[in-house]
Ligand binder design. Structure first.
Ligand SMILES: Nc1ncnc2c1ncn2[C@@H]1O[C@H](COP(=O)(O)OP(=O)(O)OP(=O)(O)O)[C@@H](O)[C@H]1O
Ligand SMILES: [Mg+2]
Length: 229
């Protein structure tokens, strides 16, 4: 836990790309098992916030805390080890390794964490079943539909039992029916394993699967509820 009792929190994040401010004093916090939707206009800083929270990029200033760790004080190597062991990622597309089968893709993060091939593939198979894509385990990502591909990506993100799943527009390339199915499978699995989910989305329909919504505007976070009062 961080000092304020949350699992992951950020304070006063600033990040500038050249002359463009992407984050301008963003704050954030999430509890174990909580699903938080991050909404806001294009270019408002949602992905930059997610990347800072996940330790993929370092903010220019501000602090990110994860459990007992100050993420912003760790080295690149330490942050990447923490990402591998504690975080899962789902992006809009392009995250699966095209040369591997879908089953091997889901097993990959387990293999990277030192799990033996047979065990990794057995666990991967149960995740494929859970995400209702066990029939395409032997196919490569290029040979499955967009909806199936995203389910594989969700299975891969959850296979290592992450404490936080970071999802950036996970249903952005799907039709609404497939998008809703992927969201319900993702949030059910996360709630069952008490994983927190940071969910970036443009769509109210997708945000409806969250426990709480926040809005990013000009690199700052507004509480959805506070905005209405
Ligand atoms: N690698 C980068 N290099 C330069 N500028 C960047 C980079 N990444 C983001 N930006 C800029 O920072 C700002 C915030 O970008 P960000 O990707 O966080 O927005 P976003 O809210 O995720 O937008 P979208 O909804 O379109 O994905 C934008 O003005 C963007 O152009
Ligand atoms: Mg984005």
């Amino acid at each position: 836990m961080t000092p304020d009792g949350s699992l992951l929190s950020a304070e006063g994040l600033h990040k500038t790309y050249g002359a463009t401010p992407a984050l301008d004093g963003a704050d954030f916090s999430i509890h174990p098992g909580e699903v938080v939707a991050v909404m806001g206009p294009s270019g408002s800083g949602k992905s930059t916030l997610l990347h800072c929270l996940a330790g993929i990029i370092q903010p220019d200033s501000g602090t990110v805390r994860y459990g007992p760790h100050t993420l912003t004080g760790l080295t690149d190597v330490q942050r990447s080890a923490l990402r591998r062991s504690d975080f899962g990622f789902v992006f809009q597309f392009g995250q699966l390794v095209p040369e591997l089968t879908c089953l091997e893709n889901v097993a990959l993060p387990l293999r990277l964490n030192g799990v033996k091939r047979k065990d990794a593939e057995r666990q991967a198979r149960t995740w494929l079943e859970r995400l209702e894509v066990e029939t395409v385990g032997g196919q490569r990502p290029g040979e499955v539909s967009g909806g199936q591909g995203q389910r594989i990506a969700v299975a891969r993100a959850l296979a290592t039992a992450p404490r936080v799943v970071f999802a950036d527009e996970p249903t952005g390339a799907l039709d609404s029916l497939n998008g809703e199915r992927v969201m319900s499978l993702l949030t059910d699995a996360a709630r069952d394993t008490n994983a927190a989910v940071v969910l970036v989305t443009h769509e109210a329909r997708v945000a409806a699967y969250s426990d709480r919504e926040i809005v990013v505007r000009d690199g700052r976070v507004k509480d959805m509820l506070a905005g209405l009062i």
